[in-house]
Design a binder for this molecule. Structure first.
Ligand SMILES: [Zn+2]
Ligand SMILES: [Zn+2]
Length: 90
């Protein structure tokens, strides 16, 4: 018996605790979002403050392309992006 509710992350497909996830404002699906600074968690989306409505907005990485993310939180996009797959030649 577990007290915590688990949801399935829409981005990576793994289980996420409800307290460590958020609902995407685009697709309305849950995704991993570490909302605590004192705990190392997984981020499969981003959260930012909407300046127009002054409210928190959530979006999973499926709905949020890397170049449209308002912050690079927890992402290492400096390298490893756009690299062609390594093909083995014989
Ligand atoms: Zn995830
Ligand atoms: Zn989404």
């Amino acid at each position: 018996m577990t007290a915590s509710t688990e949801v399935t992350c829409a981005v990576c497909g793994e289980a996420a605790e409800e307290s460590a996830s958020a609902l995407c404002g685009e697709c309305d699906r849950p995704f991993h979002l570490n909302q605590r600074n004192d705990v190392i968690g997984k981020d499969c989306g981003d959260v930012w403050v909407d300046e127009q409505f002054l409210s928190l907005r959530f979006a999973c990485f499926t709905c949020l392309p890397p170049d449209r993310r308002p912050s690079g939180r927890g992402e290492a996009t400096a390298s490893g992006q756009g690299e062609p797959p390594v093909g083995e030649k014989h």
